[in-house]
Design a protein around this ligand. Sequence first.
Ligand code: ADP
Ligand code: ASP
Ligand code: MG
Length: 830
Amino acid sequence: MPSRSAEVEQPKLRTVVHKFGGTSVADAERYRHVAQLLLARDEEVQVTVVSAMKGVTDALIELAGLAARGQEEWRERWHELRARHRGAAVSLLGEHAGATLEWLDERFDQLAQILAALGVIGELPREVLDRVQGLGEVLSARLLGDYLRTLGQDCAVLDARDVLVVDRSDLGVDVDWAISAHRLAEWRGMHPQRRVVATGFVARDRNDRITTLGRNGSDYSGAIFAALYDASELHIWTDVDGVLSADPRVVPEAVQLETLSYDEACELAYFGAKVVHPQTMSPAIERGLPIIIRNTFHPEHPGTRITADRDVSGPVKGLTLSPDLAVLNLEGTGLIGVPGTAERVFAALRDARVSVVMISQGSSEHSICCVVRRAEAVRAQGALLNAFAHELAIGQVQRVQVTEGVSVLAAVGDGMAGQPGVAARLFESLGRARVNILAIAQGSSERNISVAIDSADATKALRAAHAGFWLSPQTFAVGVIGPGNVGATLIEQLHAAQPQLLGKANLDLRLRAIVSSRKMLLDERSIGGDWRGRLDASPQAVDLDRFAQHLLAAHMPHAVIVDCSASPAVADRYAEWLAAGIHVVTPNKQAGAGPLPRYHAIRESAATSGARFRYEATVGAGLPVISTLRDLLDTGDAVVSVEGILSGTLAWLFNRFDGSVPFSQLVAEARGLGYTEPDPRDDLSGTDVARKLVILAREAGRELALEDVQVESLVPGALRQASVGDFMARLGEVDAVFAGRLDKARAAGNVLRYVARLDAEGKASVGLVEVPASHAFANLRLTDNIVQFSTRRYCDNPLIVQGPGAGPEVTAAGVFADVLRVAAGQGAKL
Ligand code: ADP
Ligand code: ASP
Ligand code: MG
């Protein structure tokens, strides 16, 4: 190693190499911050590799492009760039800026000459581009070095083009260690300072031409200098707390990883985790050099430590996305069993200098599929058409297809080796988020599973997979329709439960939309506790299409619509929403008890798309009536009959009706207590009970419509058309009739109850009946509901579900429970 040869007799000095990315050196203020950070450290030799100021490399590339295309506006950009650097120099160096400014001006004059020459030749040779795009690092290193000197530090500035020699090939950049070490030793002979600031990104090739290490290559420069200096550590300083479990710009919930193995870091970097350049690892791996990724703006944070150690605790550590790819598919019946086809495919691609990102071949050998960069897709297709021209002509190969707009999602972790179920978990989360997979590959190291997907699904897929591995909460976009009594209570319950669901179950239910009958409120984030005021103030008119679209936003893996309205028009939309993959949860009885064709369409949509339709709260509010019935049927039981008291209002009225108070007076009292609908005839007519019975009957597999139910209405015929006021005033006219029925029941030792019945023959009825005083229905409290299932198993003694069956609190809780069941069905840890 060079440092050893230079310092043979001396004890080795503790050397640390730091690399600061463009994000850490955006302006003068940040250079000051970086300098302070460096001065606070205690290593004996400190080598600092810097990137260009933020955005400068892009600006230089743009300048070169403009100039080569003969577009004169490069001059304006050139001025801006020069001004930015001069400004930083003046701010940093103050009265000592003179020499640096002169030096900067010279560099910019040279740049202007090159750009002017490009305009003349009208093209942009690679070598010139490299010379231009690497200038940012040269300027940046000088700025930091000069600043450290004005702070009184003895510091040398190293232009990496003077020492680093590399070979650039399609596979990347190889360092010529021998020559580079030799040149560095010479340079160090002349620059013995213990503080060195070096340029990132730039180098020379073997022919002495200026070159670069590829975009983001300063990380690699850091690793190379760490190797050349025989450093004990490499610190890569950036603007995040380390390597995160996913790109934080796509998955804001991404978590910081404390440690990573080199292998994991390689895979993450290769598949696009921008935070570290893929080649950075190779010099480090060979020397067992720890790499620490850390945050310039949060220097006390320990960051992510990348070493040879493996921590196999979680199967997946991180997920990445590589955009701008294409799938190339070679398909032919003539390929089956023919040896060497794969070899020919990859040889042809290699000859066309196409790099293959991912390979997958079905075991039928009927097709070979690989993923290549979009920019190389056409060339790749041409190469295969050419290589297999003969097979295509004679029909052994049917086609060579290219699908563009593809991204690769990769899940990476040492812990997945030998562990079953990791792929299943990935595919399950993608499947549930309705992401179609174009191709799959798993390396035999089992450290990485990659899937090619449509780029349009990429964000959603990354988030879904991230949540699927419990790396971030399972996120659901929730939309509530009808913030009336039940809807508003549900919204309150959702808010109250959010912290606990997030903390305990890792479930993030985000209320992103509310629609009332008049207004609509859509929010990109979660609508907070001030929803009522915001909804009132919202200028948006109701538009259920937009509402659904908003919930389906590309980045949200799951969406649920909760319909708390009583509207048939909303129920008309369920089938379409379910087909689009939106789950529907509702206490609205319209769909369950409405026209059969609509009901079937809803069921079919749900079955095809896999989205859930749940309506537990339509019967018995929060009581587990429908889920109990489903459990019975799912476990193979058969329903013989169903009987129950399904109206809280009617339950209360007949529990209280003992003859001491006239019936009409009880109705008035119930209305006063808020137990009835505003128009009590809606309860007394029995239609609502009939609807619930239809829902139960359909659940039990009977094709029942509302018209099939024999309904006894308690509203006297003469009062059906009256106003609510008139109805209440005149209800006393029938008190005698009710009193008579009660007397008759009593005489036989019975009580009166309003009961819904579905008998063994499928006959459905709701009405006022007498039941023995000892019957379960005779002993209810307040507004309790009761449902009694007689089944093949529960034949001697029916299965009974009983409890409070009305009121916004319990109804909303029933709806909420359905939402949670949907979430659990999608993998939430409940
Ligand atoms: P620098 O200029 O410091 O080299 P980069 O922009 O090249 O910074 O890389 C840091 C950025 O990488 C972060 O700001 C973050 O947005 C992005 N990034 C992408 N994937 C990841 C990941 N898995 N972990 C951390 N950061 C990531
Ligand atoms: N400045 C170079 C780039 O933007 C190298 C780097 O910052 O890593 O690609
Ligand atoms: Mg970078």
